[in-house]
Design a protein around this ligand. Structure first.
Ligand code: CTP
Ligand code: MG
Length: 181
């Protein structure tokens, strides 16, 4: 597969993992998952991780994956790439893992003394990718092995931080997010 095919495959396979965080930013609020609990004087997760944001983020990612399942044949034709199809297990696991990776990162941020919204370079950009791939590996191991070849993983590792930085900067400029990262 050439560079174009690798990049298109990486973007397609990761779309259900990219959307949940953005959906959470738009809908977050309400009860925090940690219920205000603390550990060693710091919040377990913080007010930035809510039940509503997590549920809506997961649902948005699953909904997108189900749409992509329907578009698999026409999109493969239009793009000239044999795109990966999403088994149901992957459609559920990718967005759930993305949300859990982001929650895990907040746990680490609080343990390392970072307040809500503080940047954690590298972790902020890749937490949801690692969570999504880990969850998909548990739920649909054969699909992950067939889809995420070494070049595709490299493409994901390069493209994701670039996309993350640009979408967050845009959300900030639009007034949807409090920090530009
Ligand atoms: N959000 C949410 N639930 C989640 C993830 C995000 O409600 N599981 C919403 C919150 O309103 C949050 C916003 O999306 O403030 C931005 O997400 P993020 O940058 O991940 O959270 P931060 O507020 O920056 O907090 P943290 O430092 O813990 O990342
Ligand atoms: Mg943040």
């Amino acid at each position: 597969m050439g560079l174009y095919g690798v990049v298109v495959t990486a973007l397609w396979a990761m779309l259900p993992a990219y959307v949940p965080n953005n959906a959470a930013v738009l809908t977050g609020g309400g009860r925090p998952i940690d219920g205000g609990r603390t550990l060693s004087g710091r919040r377990l997760l913080g007010d930035g991780k809510t039940w509503r944001g997590t549920a809506v983020g997961w649902a948005a990612g699953v909904a997108l994956a189900l749409v992509l399942r329907q578009l698999h044949a026409p999109a493969s034709n239009a793009l000239g790439v044999a795109l990966p199809d999403f088994p149901l297990a992957a459609a559920l696991a990718l967005p759930l893992g993305a949300m859990l990776g982001d929650i895990g990162a907040s746990f680490l941020k609080r343990r390392t003394g970072r307040e809500r919204g503080a940047p954690f370079p590298g972790v902020d950009q890749l937490d949801f990718v690692i969570g999504a791939l880990a969850a998909a590996t548990v739920a649909a191991p054969e699909w992950v092995l067939a889809t995420f070849t070494v070049p595709v993983v490299v493409a994901v590792a390069v493209i994701t931080p670039l996309l993350h930085v640009s979408t967050n900067a845009s959300a900030y400029l639009l007034g949807l997010k409090e920090e530009p990262y």
